[in-house]
Design a protein around this ligand. Sequence first.
Ligand code: MRU
Length: 354
Amino acid sequence: MSEHITVIESVKLDDAKDQIILLDQTQLPNKKVFLELKTVEDVWDAIYHLKVRGAPAIGIAAAYGIYLVTKNSDASSYEEFAQTFSKMKEKLASSRPTAVNLFWALDRMEARLEREKGQSIDQIKQALKEEADLIKKEDEEVCEAIGQYALELLEPGMGLLTHCNAGTIATAKYGTALAPIYLGQEKGYDFKVFADETRPLLQGARLTAWELDQAGVDVTLICDNMASIVMKQGKVQAVLVGCDRVAANGDAANKIGTSGVAILAKHYGIPFYVCAPMSTIDLKSKTGEDIEIELRPEEEIKTKWYSEPMAPEAVKTYNPAFDVTDSSLITAIITEKGIVYPDYEENLAKIFAE
Ligand code: MRU
């Protein structure tokens, strides 16, 4: 399914030059700038400032990041190497708290390191590169599978609403919530997509509208407070969103505003689908209450996108980057292993056991 999608690799390893080439998503849609990340600070900064964003892409950046910054370690023993690894892991893990893919990818890299104990340091470094490559490659396959399953739930001509950006640049390729839209595009499904602008960082306007428009998808940008009217007018037959962490009971954290969209969808009787790679499902979080919600600086609300401040300087702000959609509002969770319906506690556990 590559014909219709803007194939931009948002995270790429340039091993020969000891750097990660990263699409700076904060500059889209106006400029396509690629950054060269070399140090642990570079990678931390890129994640914290959302130059790379979207749960799967954050995981991929962290995996390549930990490979890169430990590759240059001159440790001569496994213990010394493992010590550097764990320091770097701790640093990268402190960049953002909500998307579990960050921790999932770092833990997976650490597990590989531990499996390689007994090998030479050079062999260990090679194995870490292989693991990071694998995380990225698997994500491509995962997204395509999610797209195929999600498409089974949709029909040609449907109006679809999405929030934030769960597209190609948020993943290795294809996206999660946008994958069925690209697949449908190839089959001539002629979806009409509504993209919420997604305040305050405008991922819907800057990234989703841009991606879909480039792919020739019929996309209409709306402000976040317009979802209700388009639903009421019968223009939306399904909502598709990505997620940053799904708890064992199906509660799903995603970009701030998602839970409001889910409440509206329930009100209007519109199915609400969460597209979730298995790597985003965190059975250790029992419910949404266990998911840490990132708080971000006030300038994102007041000044960031404006030539003049849009609020009194002294006014207090509250800027949670994510919210949790209660599992009772979710029609189905679409994973690469299949479509999961309620009871989520039982059915997510089952799909993990398979
Ligand atoms: O703050 P962001 O832009 O990283 O938030 C991203 C989202 O909420 C996405 O919907 C989620 O990570 C899924 S991306 C496939």
